[in-house]
Design a protein around this ligand. Structure first.
Ligand SMILES: [Zn+2]
Length: 640
C-alpha cells in the first residue's frame, strides 16, 4: 500500500498543466487553462484545468478528476501505477505502508515483471535492427519486400507517416538462424531461462540449450496499453532460396512444412491472450479524440491504416474479440465500428462479436467491405476517402445482422432449412434485445426486410408471414407459429394426444425461459411424464442452455427436431414468464395435467379391453382390469 502522505504530496507537487499539456493543447484563460476535451469529441473547448486546485473538469462530458485520475483514464494505468509514475516525475520518494516482508515480496514481484518487459524490449530492438540500418540481416530483404508489396516502404524516401507507423509498431525482422536472438540476448547478459518465460526462446528437446521461436518472420511488437512490450506476433515471409541460405552457412530444410501465417507469443506472466488489443497504445489518443474506435481483424490492417492517417484502429490479436477486450476498449470510447474482412469468416466473426460488445457495453456498428477485401487491400486500392465513407455508412450492429440474414440473394440461395434457420436467427436476435423500444424498432426493420423477399410468388408482410409462406411453399404440416402466446390449444378430448403435445411444449417453453429450473428436483421428477421429441428436445436444452448462456441460439436450435424448431425459436426470441417462480408453478401444473391425460388415455384403453373381455366371458380378467382402472381413478383424484 502506498502511504497517504505520498499520494497527497504527489497531488500537491504535480504540475497538472504540464502533465495534461502533453496530451491536450491548453490555453490560459485567467486563472485556469482550457482546451479540447480528450474524453469526448468537440470543436469548442469545454475542458478546463485548474492548477491551483489540482483538478480538471469538462463541461461537455462531465469528466473530472486529479492528476492521478487523468493518468488512469488516458494512459490506462492502475491507481498504484499512476501514483508511482507521478512520484517519479516529481522526484518524490514513494512511502509504502506494507510490512518489510510484504514490501520485499512486492518489490521482487515487480522486478521479476520489469525484467520480462526489459527482455521483450531488447528483443524488439534486435528485430528492428535486423531489418534496417547497419546491422540489418541480408535476408531482411524479404521483410522489406513484404512491406513494399503493401505500399509501406521504409526506405529513405518513405512518407513520414509510414516511417512513423513502422517505428510506432516496432516492426522488425527475425533472422532465419536458430540462434540469432539466443546469441544477441547472451551478449546482453540475459539468461535464456528468463527469455523462455516470455516465449522468445524454446528449450531444445534434445540435450541442452535454446533456440529462437521466431525465425525468418516479419515481427510486430505487441504492447500493453502503457506501451510496454508484452508479446510478439510474427508473420511468415516468402522462403529464401537454398542458395541464399547456403551462402549464410544455413542448411536449407528439404520438404519443410509450410510455416503458419502468424506465430504469436505464448501466454506468459505479462501476457494473457484475449486481454489486450493490438494497436491500442498507439491509437488511444486518437480513439478518445474521435470518440470512436475501428476494430479490424489483422495486425497488418492496423499498421496499414495507421500509416495512412486512420489512427484509431485496433485488432484483437489472433483470437476472436473477447468481452475483456471490449471492456478495455470501453475505457477509451463507448463506440466501436467493426471492419472485418468481407469474406465468410469475417461475417462469422462479426456475428460472434455482438456478444462481447454487449457484455463490454460497447455501441457497435458494422462497416461493410466488398467480398474478398480486407481493410489493408481496400485502403491500398481504393484510398483513405473510400475507407472513410465505408466507416461513415456503417450500420448499427443488429440491423446489419438482420439484413445479413435476410439479404435477398443469400436468402434465396439458401436451402429450405437454411432459410428457416435464418428466420429463426433473426427471431433470436430480436429476443436478445432487452430494451422494448429498440426491440420494436428492430422488429419493424426485420419485417421490412422480410417484405422485400418473394416466397412462393407472394411477398410476405412481415417476418412471421415469411415463415408461414416458407412452410406452405415446402408443403409441410404447419408448425407452431413463431409466438408461443398465439398457440391455439384444441379443446376437444378426441385430440388428447395433440393436447398432450401442447402441454409438453409449454413445459419445454418454461425451461427455455428459465434453464435454472433444471436444478429443481421437483421439476426433474415432473419431466418424467414426457416422452418423444419433446423429451429429447428438453434433454438438448438441459445440455446446451444450462452450460453457457452465451451459446448461440442457432446452435441450440440446430439440434431441435423440425416439428418443434419454430416453437423453440419463438420462445428464445420472446420469453413468456417473468420470473423463475412463475415458470416453475406453471410447469408443475402442466406436468400434473399431462399425467391426468395419460391416465385418461389408459382408462380409454382399459374400457376397450373390458368390452372385448366381456364378450369372452372371462370374469377373473374382467375383475383385474376393473381393479386397475379403479387404481388409476384414485391416482387421478390425487392429482386433481
Ligand atoms: Zn469532455
Amino acid at each position: 500500500m502506498i502511504a497517504p502522505q505520498t499520494i497527497a504530496s504527489v497531488k500537491e507537487r504535480t504540475d497538472l498543466v504540464a502533465l495534461i499539456g502533453e496530451t491536450v493543447r491548453l490555453v490560459r484563460k485567467g486563472r485556469t487553462f482550457q482546451g479540447l476535451c480528450p474524453f469526448h469529441k468537440e470543436k469548442t473547448p469545454s475542458f478546463h484545468v485548474n492548477p491551483e486546485r489540482g483538478i480538471y473538469h469538462c463541461f461537455g462530458c462531465k469528466e473530472s478528476g486529479s492528476a492521478i485520475d487523468f493518468l488512469m483514464k488516458v494512459e490506462g494505468m492502475t491507481f498504484t501505477e499512476a501514483v508511482r509514475s507521478l512520484a517519479e516525475r516529481a522526484g518524490i520518494e514513494v512511502v509504502d505502508t506494507a510490512t518489510d516482508a510484504e514490501r520485499r515480496e512486492a518489490i521482487a514481484a515487480r522486478r521479476a515483471r520489469d525484467d520480462l518487459y526489459a527482455i521483450n524490449n531488447l528483443a524488439a530492438t534486435f528485430f528492428e535492427q535486423s531489418m534496417r540500418g547497419p546491422s540489418a540481416h541480408p535476408l531482411a530483404l524479404y521483410a522489406l519486400h513484404e512491406l513494399h508489396r503493401r505500399g509501406l516502404d521504409p526506405g529513405p524516401d518513405a512518407a513520414g507517416s509510414v516511417a512513423d507507423a513502422l517505428q510506432a509498431f516496432r516492426v522488425g525482422y527475425a533472422p532465419p538462424a536458430w540462434d540469432g536472438l539466443v546469441s544477441f540476448l547472451k551478449r546482453q547478459g540475459v539468461s535464456p531461462a528468463a527469455a523462455e518465460k516470455v516465449g522468445l526462446l524454446v528449450p531444445r528437446s534434445s540435450g541442452t540449450g535454446y533456440y529462437d521461436r521466431f525465425r525468418h518472420r516479419l515481427m510486430f511488437a505487441v504492447t500493453d496499453v502503457q506501451g510496454r512490450v508484452i508479446a510478439f506476433s510474427g508473420r511468415s515471409l516468402a522462403e529464401p532460396t537454398a542458395e541464399e541460405l547456403r551462402s549464410l552457412g544455413l542448411s536449407p530444410q528439404a520438404g519443410a512444412e509450410v510455416p503458419a501465417k502468424y506465430v504469436n507469443s505464448p501466454e506468459s506472466p505479462i501476457y494473457t491472450k484475449g486481454e489486450h488489443l493490438f494497436g491500442l497504445y498507439q491509437a488511444r489518443h486518437a480513439i478518445r479524440q474521435r470518440g470512436e474506435a475501428l476494430l479490424v481483424e489483422g495486425n497488418f490492417d492496423v499498421l496499414s491504416l495507421h500509416a495512412r492517417g486512420v489512427d484509431n484502429v485496433v485488432a484483437p490479436l489472433g483470437t476472436a474479440f473477447t468481452a475483456a477486450q471490449a471492456k478495455l476498449l470501453k475505457r477509451f470510447t463507448p463506440t466501436v465500428t467493426i471492419l472485418f474482412d468481407g469474406d465468410a469468416a469475417g461475417k462469422k466473426a462479426t456475428w460472434a462479436s455482438r456478444v462481447p460488445c454487449k457484455e463490454g457495453g460497447l455501441d457497435a456498428r458494422v462497416g461493410v467491405l466488398p467480398p474478398k477485401a480486407d481493410p489493408d487491400d481496400f485502403v491500398r486500392t481504393r484510398g483513405v476517402e473510400a475507407l472513410k465513407s465505408v466507416t461513415k455508412s456503417a450500420k448499427e450492429m443488429y440491423e446489419y445482422l438482420i439484413e445479413n440474414a435476410l439479404e435477398n440473394d443469400a436468402f434465396n440461395d439458401a436451402s429450405t432449412n437454411g432459410k428457416l434457420s435464418r428466420i429463426h436467427a433473426v427471431a433470436a436476435l430480436l429476443g436478445e434485445q432487452q430494451d422494448p423500444v429498440k426491440r420494436l424498432m428492430l422488429k419493424t426493420y426485420a419485417d421490412r426486410m422480410s417484405s422485400k423477399l418473394v416466397m412462393g410468388g407472394q411477398s410476405p408482410v412481415d417476418l412471421r408471414q415469411l415463415e408461414q409462406l416458407l412452410e406452405q411453399a415446402t408443403s409441410r404440416a404447419p408448425r407452431q407459429p413463431l409466438r408461443a402466446a398465439e398457440t391455439q390449444v384444441p379443446h376437444h378430448q378426441a385430440r388428447s394426444r395433440a393436447r398432450g403435445d401442447d402441454i409438453g411444449l409449454e413445459i419445454f417453453g418454461a425451461l427455455i425461459d428459465f434453464p435454472v429450473l433444471f436444478d429443481d428436483p421437483e421439476v426433474m421428477d415432473a419431466l418424467e411424464a414426457l416422452d418423444g421429441e419433446i423429451a429429447l428436445s428438453i434433454a438438448t436444452a438441459r445440455q446446451s442452455l444450462t452450460m453457457e448462456m452465451e451459446i448461440l441460439a442457432d446452435e441450440f436450435l440446430a439440434q431441435i427436431p423440425p416439428s418443434i424448431h419454430a416453437f423453440a425459436a419463438g420462445r428464445l426470441a420472446s420469453p413468456v414468464f417473468e420470473t423463475a417462480e412463475m415458470a416453475r408453478e406453471e410447469l408443475l401444473k402442466n406436468a400434473g395435467k399431462l399425467k391426468k391425460l395419460s391416465l385418461m388415455r389408459e382408462n380409454a384403453a382399459t374400457a376397450d379391453q373390458l368390452q372385448r373381455v366381456a364378450s369372452l366371458g372371462d370374469v377373473a380378467l374382467e375383475d383385474a382390469l376393473l381393479l386397475e382402472s379403479a387404481k388409476r381413478a384414485k391416482a387421478k383424484l390425487r392429482l386433481a
